[in-house]
Design a protein around this ligand. Structure first.
Ligand SMILES: Nc1ncnc2c1ncn2[C@@H]1O[C@H](COP(=O)(O)OP(=O)(O)OP(=O)(O)O)[C@@H](O)[C@H]1O
Length: 292
């Protein structure tokens, strides 16, 4: 395992405009012969006020990267900062507070509480923290997400897209420094997926939020400002102002046209005319103004 934070740039914290940062981030699962190196000495900066997508074949380390940046998983070596705070080395209680107060999460499976209505779900993390929401901000979030007339509905009374909008509002409610979204459109049909991506885009452009999204879908990644490509636990490439076509082409190159490559199915489904994988986001509506 090549690593040692000392090999990398010294204390990079406090750089303005950086929401999160990792240096020499290494994560190994298991030990001995069964060790899996999920992240191999990753250096990454997540820019504040931008929408960053993380792509790569299955098993390339996307979720592990997100979990380590968000303090959901401990690291094997290296350092991670959220803003000025080095989170590697924090105790579990401090990490819990940091996640609750400074990070918003969205998951593929929405993770709403079925017995609470939309309004209660949105403010639940703040209620648990004993914090009063900033009502003006909350109103803005609810209106931006078009949830005003759904606030009294329970999750079972909402469509998948509406449920993910509630999850998005919950992630935004405390005005976090960073929102992590793990395959937020994975359980949605393409129309609802496009809607949620549009809201994440608005959260960045109009509300000044910072979003990091893990996705398999080039159409979803095209809504971001920057795509980071992971391969075998390393960042192997990045793309500014992505388009779905350019991302797809890059993924195809990584897969090397080899159907045995994990994740190739996703790429092939969009490149050989056999149609998109289920839930894939159409390339129409791509907000990127420029071809790369
Ligand atoms: N808890 C764990 N125990 C053992 N190995 C793990 C664990 N979690 C992840 N891994 C391994 O680490 C590697 C990276 O996994 P990770 O889930 O980060 O990949 P991913 O890019 O998110 O994959 P996918 O697109 O399939 O979700 C894989 O080889 C995976 O098998």
């Amino acid at each position: 395992m090549s690593n040692a934070a000392a090999e990398h740039a010294p204390n990079p914290a406090s750089a303005d405009g950086i929401a999160a940062r990792a240096r020499g981030l290494t994560k190994a699962y298991g030990s001995g012969e069964t060790t899996v190196l999920a992240l191999d000495s990753v250096d990454v900066d997540i820019a504040r006020g931008r929408f960053t997508a993380v792509m790569g074949p299955s098993g390339s380390g996307k979720s592990t990267l997100m979990h380590c940046l968000a303090g959901l998983d401990n690291v094997s070596a290296g350092q991670v900062w959220l803003g000025d705070t080095e989170i590697t080395g924090l105790r579990e209680r401090e990490l819990t507070r940091l996640r609750r107060d400074r990070i918003g999460f969205m998951f593929q499976s929405f993770n709403l509480i079925p017995t609470l209505n939309a309004a209660e779900n949105i403010t639940l993390p703040m209620d648990i923290a004993g914090k009063k929401p900033d009502e003006k901000w909350l109103d803005q979030v609810i209106d931006t997400l078009g949830l005003r007339d759904r606030l009294k509905h329970r999750p079972s009374q909402l469509s998948g897209g509406q449920q993910q909008r509630v999850a998005c509002a919950r992630a935004l409610a405390s005005r976090p420094e960073l929102i992590f979204a793990d395959e937020p459109t994975g359980n949605l049909d393409s129309r609802a997926g496009l809607e949620v991506l549009g809201f994440l885009r608005e959260a960045v452009d109009q509300l000044g939020q910072t979003v990091v999204m893990v996705t398999h879908d080039p159409g979803a990644a095209a809504h971001s400002d920057l795509v980071l490509f992971l391969g075998d636990g390393r960042i192997v490439d990045e793309m500014e102002r992505p388009t779905a076509e350019a991302v797809l082409e890059r993924m195809r190159l990584f897969a090397g046209g080899d159907p045995q490559t994990p994740g190739f199915d996703v790429v092939r489904g969009r490149s050989d005319g056999s149609g998109p994988p289920p839930g894939a986001i159409p390339t129409t509506g791509n907000p990127s103004p420029e071809e790369p």
